[in-house]
Design a binder for this molecule. Structure first.
Ligand SMILES: Cc1cc2nc3c(=O)[nH]c(=O)nc-3n(C[C@H](O)[C@H](O)[C@H](O)COP(=O)(O)O)c2cc1C
Length: 304
């Protein structure tokens, strides 16, 4: 889709978004992905300080997707400021800075240390299985802790803030509503599912050194579609829908259940960065065939 879309008050020239964690560390890979048709670029989640992440292997491909335990490695705020500035100056894509912290205060401090001129939107990654609150759960697993992070982050910036949710909590609509009530401007859903595990049948060891990791790719598409369907019913703020999208039909389903923008991460491993141009062209053709406007398609499932 090549028309301008206003999402959380920000104009996107194209409706596909690069998901956090894939090609999102260096400015040059993010610029190339924008050239491949992404209208929004989300960087890999940034922590205040450098984080090493988990020992390799951290990623395994299986028949229907990927399992990863990158463990939120981060080059820290200073380096991220430089890489994001490069993207901002050299592409027309909306820059989404994904941030995470081990505590609510760390989220706030990370946002405060980011140069506000290098991003358009903050995305709070409260949903990675590896980022736990003091009770050992992802912040996205309780309405209370999710809204706390959102409220504290709100005080750190005037830019729009969107919250990235996990499908691992059964009532994702409830969490989305708590974030909306705490001031969120949008929701991104979903993060990886799980954790999951794969076993090497020669060594009888888990294939990942971390033993478990988040599942992404085609295997999780139906879970992502259901999650966005539930969120759309629960909130009025806009949604970036992602999880398992590898082709145009997947993206159309995601928009039809209520996503204003679609996101792709693992799909890039299958089809390269041109996946965005392919899907965008496919959506345009579909709308022409059906004689629909883009806005009619967003959430159309709920209007039947
Ligand atoms: C290797 C890898 C690293 C990821 N790192 C992050 C991350 O740093 N922050 C985040 O919010 N999500 C991260 N994700 C989750 C993706 O952004 C996305 O939500 C998820 O993979 C589902 O979309 P997909 O099936 O299109 O990949 C990562 C996913 C993968 C596969």
């Amino acid at each position: 889709m090549t028309h301008t879309i206003k999402f959380a008050g920000v104009n996107f020239n194209r409706n596909g978004v690069l998901a956090s964690g894939i090609l999102g560390v260096t400015g040059s890979s993010m610029i190339k992905t924008a050239q491949g048709g992404a209208g929004g670029i989300t960087c890999k989640s940034i922590s205040k300080n450098f984080r090493k992440g988990h020992p390799t292997p951290v990623l395994q491909v299986f028949k229907h997707g990927v399992i990863n335990a990158v463990g939120l490695s981060s080059t820290g705020v200073d380096n991220s400021n430089n890489e994001l500035r490069n993207v901002k100056n050299n592409s027309d894509a909306v820059v989404i800075a994904s941030v995470f912290g081990g505590t609510e205060i760390e989220f706030k401090e990370t946002i405060e240390e980011l140069d506000s001129s290098v991003y358009d939107i903050i995305e709070l990654n409260i949903s990675c299985p590896n980022v736990a609150d003091e009770f050992g759960h992802a912040f996205a697993n309780s309405p209370h802790s999710a809204s706390n992070v959102m409220r504290i982050a709100r005080s750190a910036t005037n830019k729009p803030i969107i919250v990235k949710l996990s499908p691992n909590y059964p009532n994702i609509g409830l969490i989305a509503k708590a974030c909306e009530d705490a001031g969120a401007d949008g929701i991104t859903a979903i993060n990886t599912v799980g954790p999951g595990m794969l076993i090497d049948i020669n060594t009888f060891q888990p294939k990942l050194t971390n033993k478990v990791g988040g599942v992404s790719g085609p295997a999780i598409l139906p879970i992502a579609i259901r999650a966005v369907y539930d969120i759309y019913k629960a909130v009025t703020i806009p949604i970036i829908g992602m999880g398992g999208i590898t082709e145009v039909e997947d993206a159309i389903q995601m928009i039809a259940v209520g996503a204003q923008l679609y996101g792709v991460g693992t799909g890039i491993l299958y089809h390269g960065i041109d996946i965005f141009n392919t899907i965008n062209t496919g959506i345009d053709e579909y709308l022409r065939e059906k004689n629909l406007q883009y806005d009619d398609l967003v959430g159309i499932v709920h209007k039947q």
